[in-house]
Design a protein around this ligand. Structure first.
Ligand SMILES: Nc1ncnc2c1ncn2[C@@H]1O[C@H](COP(=O)(O)OP(=O)(O)OP(=O)(O)O)[C@@H](O)[C@H]1O
Ligand SMILES: [Mg+2]
Length: 221
């Protein structure tokens, strides 16, 4: 049976890495074979693209170029890692996926929605997440957390951006959740870690229970 594909979204410092670690522990304790991966990255080709994007080298080339770089990385990651893992029955937890592109490049990069849509379709080739957890946090708190964690290291190009921009992205994530309420669950991230992971585990259990009652033909991508 095809594994579950769960993606984590939200701004910097929202708690994605923390909650992915929690959920993978929870699922492994229930005997599931879990693969944790992240975007941009996850394969040697995609990690190379990640380096180009996050170092700022692609910034001067413009948002379309950047979006296409992300998509190239994503397609490699999907076909080399995510799809094969799901097909062999593993649960895949992915740190950022299509919604990050929609929000970061689509909304704040002012790209043509039709171009964004075409790029997304090419990148994922039908592989939509079964569940997307959107960790929702006021921008100021996320930036504070990212700063504390970073200590004296230099900020990457996304972390240097303003609180205003982060607030716009937050709204964009909430907009996606409104449009796709079945796939996307918004989880308030400004709470104790345990409370958040309990809520996420409940959503995952719900999807797993649904999956057990759905004929296999409907879940094969
Ligand atoms: N619920 C929480 N309450 C307080 N602090 C938290 C909470 N969850 C995570 N943190 C802390 O906030 C910081 C950022 O968390 P984390 O790395 O999980 O976020 P992230 O979404 O993965 O960030 P990034 O997008 O930068 O990778 C870490 O120092 C983490 O320990
Ligand atoms: Mg992280």
């Amino acid at each position: 049976m095809q594994g579950l594909f769960i993606t984590f979204e939200g701004g910097e410092g929202a708690g994605k890495s923390t909650q992915i670690a929690r959920l993978s522990e929870y699922l492994r304790a229930h005997g599931e074979d879990v693969l944790v991966t992240r975007e941009p990255g996850g394969t040697p080709g995609a990690e190379a693209a990640r380096h180009v994007i996050l170092s700022g080298a692609a910034e001067s080339l413009g948002p379309a170029m950047e979006a296409i770089l992300f998509a190239a990385a994503r397609n490699d990651h999907v076909e080399q890692v995510i799809r094969p893992a799901l097909q062999s029955g593993r649960t895949v937890l992915c740190d950022r996926y299509i919604d990050s592109s929609r929000v970061y490049q689509g909304v704040t990069g002012n790209l043509d929605p039709q171009l964004m849509h075409a790029i997304e379709r090419t990148a994922i080739n039908g592989l939509m997440p079964d569940l997307t957890i959107i960790l929702d946090l006021p921008a100021e708190i996320g930036l504070q957390r990212a700063n504390v964690r970073r200590g004296t290291d230099v900020a990457d190009r996304f972390e240097k951006e303003t609180v205003d921009l982060h607030a716009k992205r937050r709204e964009a994530y909430l907009g996606i959740a409104k449009e796709e309420p079945k796939r996307c669950k918004v989880v308030a991230a400004d709470r104790p870690i345990d409370a958040i992971s309990a809520e996420i585990a409940a959503y995952v259990d719900e999807v797993r229970a649904l999956r057990k009652t759905t004929p296999a033909a409907e879940v094969v991508k």
